[in-house]
Write a protein that binds this ligand. Structure first.
Ligand SMILES: Nc1ncnc2c1ncn2[C@@H]1O[C@H](COP(=O)(O)OP(=O)(O)OP(=O)(O)O)[C@@H](O)[C@H]1O
Length: 324
């Protein structure tokens, strides 16, 4: 049994119009996605803005009402509130957000911000609480003098590390990290990602790592799902996704990773334009008549792509993949 098993998850937001505010349509933000997160792994959920990643993350934390489908945590469906309460789910599952400045209360000192989840779930003495906050600051590489400061007195990278310290305060089993480094410079991104990996090793945490950037996910994730217009268009291991991408949308995301080698830039630009041309001209090959992704077809034990079966298998065999 996996730690988290998401099955045919749908989250549709109603669109209300007219004088009577009637529901006339819906935004299908998440439209039938299925994937599992194993204990101790980092699972990447990647797609462009608006593809439904955050809605998925919020559903897993319990912040979003699910339209249908299930989210099993340790074998129990947590889309039902009563189950979340029974399982201590709010303690086991935490979230880190992209915008560290607005997710940390500007009026509170760091000591109180990090201690807040401890006060909700563990009832420690004042001294034990302070000791624990100091340990958490140490884990994310911040000095004791951070205790008495306020969020605005830190850099973006430091604030994100405070967010990580707060998220791990309750010894969670799963952290939903929603674009945790997107607002940071490249060098600071690497620092925060390294702290996240270190904490994962020490505490055995699983991450659902949400990002629009396949460049960032590469160094973090064992398994990756590519999300497009509310559906998954490709699922695979890091090797499957980076070395044998099959869906044009995945190839587009890969082509968007900036090329750091100056000598390779012209070739990279040419291949990016070639991928974009295929994406624009071959929509009917990669999406159905309504412009929606096809159901996923398994092309190897680890790799699935949303394409008609004959095309999926043909592309996979061109890539030399073992057929399922
Ligand atoms: N509360 C809401 N009510 C109505 N529509 C919503 C709501 N939240 C999200 N949406 C819509 O659902 C779709 C998916 O949004 P979501 O935030 O999950 O995407 P995302 O991939 O995380 O994008 P981003 O990276 O920009 O946050 C978008 O079309 C968005 O406008």
């Amino acid at each position: 049994m996996s730690l988290v098993e998401i099955k045919d998850l749908k989250v549709h937001y109603p669109i209300r119009t007219g004088f009577w505010n009637r529901i006339t349509d819906s935004v299908r933000a998440v439209d039938g996605i299925t994937f599992n997160i194993e204990a101790g792994e980092t699972y990447g959920l990647v797609g462009e803005s608006g593809s439904g990643k955050s809605t998925t993350g919020k559903s897993v934390v319990g912040l979003e009402k699910v339209t249908s489908g299930s989210i099993m945590y340790k074998g129990v469906d947590i889309t039902k509130k009563a189950n979340r309460t029974k399982l201590d789910y709010n303690q086991d599952v935490q979230m880190i957000f992209q915008d560290s400045l607005s997710s940390l209360n500007p009026r509170k000192r760091i000591e109180d911000i990090i201690a807040e989840p401890l006060r909700n779930f563990e009832h420690l003495s004042k001294d034990d609480e302070k000791l624990r906050v100091l340990q958490l600051l140490d884990i994310v590489g911040l000095d004791a003098d951070a205790l008495y400061k306020y969020p605005h007195q830190f850099s973006g990278g430091q604030r994100q590390r405070i967010g990580v310290a707060r998220a791990v305060a309750t010894n969670p089993k799963l952290i939903i990290a929603d674009e945790p480094v997107s607002a940071l410079d490249l060098s600071v991104q690497a620092q925060v990602l390294n702290f996240m990996k270190k904490i994962q090793r020490e505490f055995g945490i699983s991450y659902l790592f949400i990002s629009h950037d396949l460049g960032v996910v590469r160094h973090m994730c064992n398994n990756i799902a590519i999300m497009n217009r509310g559906r998954l268009v490709e699922i695979g291991t890091r090797e499957d996704i980076y070395n044998h991408p099959l869906h044009i949308y995945t190839k587009r995301l890969l082509a968007a990773i900036p090329e750091t080698n100056v000598n390779q830039r012209a070739a990279h630009r040419a291949s990016r334009l070639a991928v974009e041309k295929i994406y624009q001209e071959q929509q009917s090959k990669y999406y159905d008549e309504n412009g929606e992704a096809f159901p996923l077809i398994q092309v190897s034990p680890t790799h699935a792509v949303a394409l008609p079966e004959n095309i999926a298998k043909q592309l996979a065999s061109q890539e030399g993949e073992v057929q399922a």
